[in-house]
Write a protein that binds this ligand. Structure first.
Ligand SMILES: Cc1ncc(C[n+]2csc(CCOP(=O)(O)OP(=O)(O)O)c2C)c(N)n1
Length: 679
């Protein structure tokens, strides 16, 4: 087994420590100066913390950024990206000095904010403040769950910490409250956060707007809280981190006092240091004040680089030690080890699809949320990595997994999550879980409250993460709860997020197929949009197979007697309306093709030839959906058809009455269709 000298205690060579720290400070200043844009002040302030973390505490191997048991590190205040990039370069992740010189340039590996997938060692995309905190909580959740599931006496194969750094902005944003309250309740003991208490935001002093006692806030959440009075006190930092690691029954927060723009004679401690280059003159003055002897930009002293790069030997030894542990586990627990491998690779178990249930006439009319619950429970038995829950709406969202245990404080093997009424936190935590790997998270709420988690949804899409949203109560069809609960613009708003896949199934059969897509889709989030009200059974011996869901849209039924006069399209609960309209039109001699379009995004990914097959050019189209019509205009222009949708809010009443009053009826469809067909 490889060994490496333990990391030297900070302070053992103060001059070398300072040189290593000032290397980060000067790289940050120089990169921002070169780009003439960016945030120098916070990396300059936090350099000592990053130094102590990366050279002594974070177990990471720059040679293998994806080593499964590595500690996770999240820089939630992503604007301080040069702090992370400097550390990744200095510890030897393969990021080069040239990359730092390309900071914020087109296709560089050093984008303005850390972006997952662009830079080796970047664990998540951060920038929207607060999200990284939630992601870190999610990573700690995944670690706790996998450890409880896979570790056996004497074989701790899943055993790592999650560290994060957050700023004033992160803590002001509500999502950090949701996520940290969750972490405190669930006693995630291997989560260690640092709050950069620099009292400065963009507008100026935090005195303008923020007087929370952050330490007491975290104590109230149930976290273990420490204070470090000066970030430059490396010994104090080191002691606090050691203590945080010793505390395993609660998450830890270390409040660290820092000075933004540390070292800059004219900018330190001011908002000016936050988000703009210091200017050449001030850079020179700052280097002088820091005792930096070199004037040329991007200078990296050899002895500093050599010291930072020891992270590689240490990391190699740590990874080798873990591999040895894994081999022992493999010998003692061969089946579990194979299962862990499979899950970490993100591969689904062989034959899992056989578990997807089929629905028939005997199932009768079922709400798609109920069908979803049945499908989820059936496949969850075969797909143990499927874990999740709801933001306090489990009985409504049908997200509960029967007999599969509850994720609870200190008891993390359970697969049912109670996220609490924290939609935003849930979304952000789910992202962290997915990024960690080994689990496929799902989370439910009412479709209307997708708005409450939208920033996290967007980041799941930006990062192509495999997360599944279970959104029920999908339209005015929810009835009596009224306009505050009835989604109108949410479908269009979700559909326009790049990399997002929205599926709104029309019956139980389509719901089963929607879950098949959701579980196999590895390239971004999937939202299942489901009804509260019952949906009729679509007899697939008369209508086309629900397998068409995979193509996003398919011909459910065609009119007899040749080319259709009109195509009727819909999704979800309104497919029943086009089916009834189709029959009425047939009786009146109008040939209507019926198209079920559960997913515009899946349909958009089909070849043009298939799209033309389903929606023949030159034939008028009529769509109906109990939602804002905007997303349908991609498929239907004013010249070739009409969209019946809702451009007003709903109402509180039994749902049949609302459909009637808002004009979403079979008769209205028939009349429109006749008009379009010229009959
Ligand atoms: C959700 C969100 N809102 C606004 C911003 C724009 N923004 C970037 S940094 C920042 C605040 C800076 O203050 P702080 O978090 O204390 O960071 P520091 O000045 O210490 O670097 C703001 C408002 C953002 N990145 N994310």
């Amino acid at each position: 087994m490889a060994t490496a000298a333990p990391a030297r205690a900070p302070g053992a060579n103060d001059a070398l420590d300072l040189l290593c720290i000032n290397t980060v400070r000067t790289l940050a200043m120089d990169a921002v100066q070169q780009a003439e844009s960016g945030h120098p002040g916070t990396p300059m302030a936090l350099a000592p913390l990053a130094y102590v973390l990366f050279t002594r505490h974070v177990r990471h191997d720059p040679a293998d950024p994806h080593w499964p048991n590595r500690d996770r590190f999240v820089l939630s205040c992503g604007h301080a990206s040069m702090l992370l990039y400097s550390c990744l370069y200095l510890t030897g992740y393969g990021l080069e000095l040239e990359d730092l010189k390309q900071f914020r340039q087109w296709e560089s590996r050093t984008p303005g904010h850390p972006e997952y997938g662009y830079t080796p060692g970047v664990e998540t995309t951060t920038g929207p403040l607060g999200q990284g905190v939630g992601n870190a909580v999610g990573m700690a959740v995944a670690e706790a769950h996998l450890a409880a599931t896979f570790n056996r006496e004497g074989h701790g194969v899943v055993d790592h910490h999650t560290y994060f750094i957050c700023s004033d902005g992160d803590l002001m944003e509500g999502v950090s409250h949701e996520a940290c309250s969750f972490a405190g309740h669930f006693k995630l003991g291997k989560l260690v956060g640092f709050y950069d208490d620099n009292k400065i935001t963009i507008d100026g002093s935090t005195d303008l707007t923020y007087s929370d006692d952050a330490a007491r806030r975290f104590e109230a959440y149930g976290w273990h809280v420490q204070r470090v009075a000066d970030v430059n006190d490396l010994r104090a930092l080191d002691r606090a981190i050691e203590e945080a690691k010793r505390v395993t029954d609660r998450p830890s927060m270390i409040v660290v006092r820092t000075v933004i723009g540390f070292g800059s004679p004219n900018r330190a401690g001011t908002a000016k240091a936050h988000g703009e280059a210091l200017g050449k003159e001030e850079v020179a003055l700052t280097k002088k004040a820091l005792g930096w002897q070199w004037t040329e930009p991007f200078h990296v002293p050899e002895e500093a680089l050599a010291h930072w790069r020891k992270a590689r030997d240490r990391g190699a030894a740590q990874r080798a030690e873990w591999h040895a542990r894994l081999e022992g586990y493999r010998a003692a627990q061969p089946e579990l080890a194979r299962e862990l491998d499979r899950r970490l690779k993100g591969e689904l178990p062989d034959g899992w699809e056989a578990a997807i249930p089929e629905f028939d006439e005997k199932s009768g009319a079922v709400a798609s949320r109920a069908a979803s619950g049945a499908v989820l429970n059936a496949i969850a038995k075969k797909v143990p990595e499927l874990i999740g829950g709801s933001a306090d709406l489990a009985p409504s969202n049908n997200t509960a997994l029967k007999d599969m245990g509850t994720f609870a404080p200190g008891s993390y093997a359970g697969r049912n999550f109670h996220f609490g009424i924290r939609e935003h936190g849930m979304g952000s935590i789910m992202n962290g879980m997915a990024l960690h790997g080994g689990v496929i998270p799902y989370g439910g709420t009412f479709l209307i409250f997708s708005d409450y988690m939208r920033p996290a949804i967007r980041l799941a899409a930006v990062m192509h993460q495999r997360v599944i949203y279970v959104y029920t109560h999908d339209s005015i069809g929810l009835g009596e709860d009224g306009p505050t609960h009835q989604p109108i613009e949410q479908l269009t708003a979700l559909r326009c997020i790049p990399n997002m896949t929205v599926i709104r199934p029309a019956d139980a059969g389509e719901t089963a197929e929607a879950w098949r897509v959701a579980v196999t889709h590895t390239d971004g989030p999937v939202a299942l949009v489901l009804t509260r009200q019952k949906l009729g059974f679509i007899d697939r011996t008369k209508y086309a197979s629900a397998a068409g869901v995979a193509q996003g849209a398919y011909v459910l039924a065609d009119a007899e007697g040749g080319k259709p006069d009109v195509v009727l399209l819909s999704s979800g609960s309104e497919v029943a309306l086009i089916m009834q309209a189709g029959e009425k039109l047939a009786a009146q001699g109008v040939r209507a093709r019926l198209v079920s379009m559960p997913s515009m995004e899946l349909f958009a990914r089909q070849p043009k030839s298939y799209q033309d097959e389903v929606l023949p050019p030159g034939v008028k189209r009529l769509a109906i959906e109990a939602a804002h019509p905007m997303s349908w205009y991609r498929w239907i222009s004013e010249e070739d058809g009409f969209v019946m949708g809702l451009e007003r809010f709903g109402a509180s009443a039994p749902y049949q009455r609302i459909y009637q009053e808002l004009g979403l009826t079979v008769d209205a469809l028939v009349e429109r269709a006749r008009g379009l067909a010229g009959r």
